[in-house]
Design a binder for this molecule. Structure first.
Ligand code: CMP
Length: 139
């Protein structure tokens, strides 16, 4: 049997519920824009205060956002790094891998392309982003 390293973008994208819901037709269009990235436990993925250049979808594994007063754990199917791209503010929190993670990276120009072409995806991302912003505003 073929060894499955789990690195084919189409399969990784289909595993992220956020994309699975959008339908098979769009999966390969979106998969073309995503780059798989494997990170190791303890690896820093986003540093607070830096400019945002990409957002990330978690295909497997878990990360921690160093938000205050409590850190937030994100896992399979979640995304992060969207806030800086939407608001053009610096990164709002440092994000560190807490296990081996298979991530899908969406660069800023492709992010802009996707949200312009798919208003439903834009709405989903914006909804999560504004909930996060509301929480962080309470600090
Ligand atoms: P960004 O500001 O680009 O980089 C840090 C990321 O942490 C941010 O985007 C969000 O994706 C994520 N983040 C910030 N605040 C929260 C929160 N309260 N809950 C979950 N994720 C968050």
């Amino acid at each position: 049997p073929k060894l499955d390293l789990g690195l084919e973008p189409d399969k990784l994208v289909a595993k992220v519920p956020f994309f699975a819901k959008t339908g098979a037709d769009r999966i390969s269009e979106i998969a073309d824009m995503l780059t798989p990235r494997l990170v190791v436990p303890g690896e820093c993925i986003i540093t607070r205060g830096e400019p945002g250049t990409a957002m990330y979808f978690i295909s497997s594994g878990a990360v921690e956002a160093a938000t205050k007063p409590q850190p937030v754990r994100l896992g399979s199917g979640d995304f992060f790094g969207e806030l800086a791209l939407l608001t053009q503010e610096p990164r709002s929190a440092t994000i560190t891998a807490i296990s081996y993670c298979q991530l899908l990276v969406l660069q800023l120009d492709d992010f802009n392309r996707i949200i312009a072409a798919h208003p439903d995806l834009q709405a989903q991302i914006t909804e999560v982003a504004s909930e996060r912003l509301d929480k962080n505003a309470l600090i």
